[in-house]
Structure formats: C-alpha cells, structure tokens
Design a protein around this ligand. Structure first.
Ligand code: NAI
Length: 320
C-alpha cells in the first residue's frame, strides 16, 4: 500500500470548519493524526448571526471517531483568539487553513458599504488576523503551512460579486507575499480557488452537478501542499474541484518599449498596440520586470513614431 501523508503531532487550525470545505479539512486532518481547532462562528452564509453548534457538531464527530479536536467560536476577525485556542489546547500551531467565508452578492449598482465592508472583514481581515497571530509561532519553530482561499470570482470576476472578487483576489497577493517573507523560516503559503458543493453553491447549481463536486475532493491537494514534505511549492495559485487540479501563473506579453522623450505620446502607443498585447513570446514572471535594464534600453532607442505633440502644461492643444 502507498505511504499515507500523515500529520501526527501537528496542530491544524481550520477556520469556518463547521460545514462545507472546512469540515472536510478538519475531519481529514484529524483522521491523519493531527490535533484540529475547529473554528466556526456559525452564522448564515450572508454573515448574519452566530451559533456554537456548527463547530461543536464537527468536534463531536471527530472525537467520536477517536480524533483530537477542540472548538472555537470566534469570528476570524479575532484571529488571535483562534490561534490562542490552539496554543492553549495543544501547545502549538503548525498549519493554518484560512477557509471561513461568506457571500453578500448584489449587483455593483446596488452594492452598499455594509456589503463591501463585511466581505472585506471576513475574507481579508480574517485571513490576515489568523496568519498574523500564527506567524511568530511559525517563525520560532521554523515550520508553518498556510492555505488561503481565493475563488474563480477573484481571478476572473463575476457578476454580482464585486466585493467578493476584490477580497478573493486579495488572497493571491497576500499569499505571494507570505510565501516570500516565510521562505527563510520554512513557512510555505499557497492559495486555492476551490469549487465544491456547499451551502454557498447549492442555490446556484443543479443537484446532479453538485453531486460531482464534493468538498472532500478539494482536500487531497491541500493535504499535499501543507505536508512537511512540501518544501518548494509556495506562493502558488491552484484551481481545484471535481477531480481537477491546475496551477495558474502570471503571463506577461513581450511588451512594447518606447523612447522616453517628448515623442512618447498616446499616438505612439496606439501605433504599436499589438506589441503591448502580443503573447506569442511570453514571460511567466514571479516578480516585476527588470525595470532598470528596461530604462537603459529605452534610452538607447530613437524617437517614437507618430509625430503628435505632447505637453503637460495644461495648455489646450490645437487640433491638428
Ligand atoms: P460554507 O458556507 O459551507 O462554509 C463557510 C464557513 O465559514 C461556514 O461554516 C461559516 O459559518 C463560516 N464562517 C463565516 N464567517 C465566519 C467568520 N467571520 N468567522 C468564522 N467562521 C465563519 O462555504 P464553503 O463553500 O465551504 O466555503 C469555504 C471557502 O471556500 C470560503 O472562503 C469560500 O468563499 C470559498 N469558496 C468556495 C467555493 C465553492 O464552490 N464552494 C468557490 C470558491 C471559493
């Protein structure tokens, strides 16, 4: 039989573990030897109310099966209290799965501050607060694993989800930076855009499709990414669900380089627009362009095409 990935002696915090994906993570890690903090505020999927039952049910299930788990009912906005629960109950924290989430879907035309703020609080501030509280422990023990949860809506946009997509793409930048800052301390961070049947998706997808998207089928990828043997895959974005796993990356066009002088005009850009959008010879960058080299190269170029005049004095140009 193939060797199992195991997490004995490790402590896993799963936020929003009272149902859906979070519950699947929690029960899995407990079954593989980890001690699990089952965090859930127990509110509605719109972020209203709270109820300790959501976390308790999962903790009881894990315990009844012989696993180790403890409940925490705080909102992820108070992430320090969630990590404190891990330290108090089990003395450490090794793996953080930032999973808790809500929806406040509404067309942008009708979006209110409360819809925007609540989504930012739960997804962005919540993930920050949990990771921030875990960070000193990770650094000290030179081990930490973080999973943040993005969404296809964040990567590609989606009608009615301006708030949610902004928050979910924030998880990508957040993860990329944590990966860079954590590298020296063996802190590995990755971000997933999952797709799974849960109370979030059950109202927008038909039952036969939902049956093919079990939350349990997101777990194995996460298990691989947070395992101690993964020491290199960090700062990465994955789509995962229904048996499919793919890594996404940035792609940069070969790009247009113009001379930076007074021939650098809107018309000069338009003249060569195809170069801006030409992906026939792409780069797959993990960082910004080598800006200093580009500056040097730009200076070596001759004047740009398109004899339009440009000035920044505010004087209204004559129509030519
Ligand atoms: P779910 O609604 O079943 O689970 C989310 C859990 O988070 C709930 O149990 C809820 O009580 C808890 N929660 C909400 N606000 C909280 C707070 N402030 N503090 C603590 N717990 C809180 O939904 P699902 O589908 O399992 O979602 C898990 C994550 O995956 C979310 O971040 C969601 O945005 C993301 N996601 C899910 C997709 C899917 O297809 N199900 C698609 C893309 C992203």
């Amino acid at each position: 039989m193939a060797e199992q990935l195991r997490y004995d002696g490790q402590v896993v915090v799963v936020t929003g573990a009272g149902g859906g994906l979070g519950k699947a993570y929690a029960t899995f890690f407990a079954s593989r030897g980890a001690s699990v903090v089952v965090n859930d505020l127990g509110g509605s999927f719109k972020g209203e109310g709270n109820d300790s039952k959501a976390a308790d049910v999962v903790v009881n299930e894990i315990k009844a099966a012989g696993g180790k788990a403890v409940a925490n009912y705080n909102s992820v906005e108070d992430g320090d209290k969630i990590i404190e629960t891990a330290i108090k109950a089990f003395g450490r924290i090794d793996i953080l799965i930032n999973n808790a989430g809500i929806l406040r879907d509404v067309s942008f035309k009708n979006m209110k501050d409360v819809d925007w703020d609540l989504i930012m609080k739960v997804h962005v501030k919540g993930s920050y607060k949990c990771a921030r509280a875990a960070w000193p422990h990770f650094r000290k023990q030179k081990f930490g694993r973080v999973i943040n949860t993005a969404s296809a809506a964040g990567l590609f946009g989606n009608f009615g989800q301006a708030n949610y997509s902004a928050a979910k793409l924030a998880m990508v930048g957040f993860t990329e930076t944590l990966a860079k800052e954590g590298a020296k301390y063996n802190i590995i961070s990755n971000v997933i855009a999952p797709i799974a049947a849960s109370r979030m998706t059950e109202t927008v997808m038909p039952p036969d499709v939902l049956a093919l998207m079990r939350p349990e089928w997101v777990v194995p990828l996460v298990a691989v990414l947070v395992h101690k043997n993964n020491t290199s895959e960090s700062g990465s974005i994955f789509e995962v669900g229904g048996g499919h796993i793919a890594k996404l990356r940035w792609e940069r066009s070969s790009g247009l380089l113009l001379k930076c002088d007074d021939t650098y005009t809107p018309g000069a850009i338009l003249k060569k627009w195809n170069k801006v959008t030409d992906f026939s010879d792409p780069q797959y960058p993990s960082g910004p362009n080598d800006f200093l080299t580009l500056l040097e190269e730009s200076q070596k170029l001759g004047p740009n095409e398109q004899g339009e005049k440009i000035d920044f004095t505010g004087r209204v140009a004559l129509v030519t």
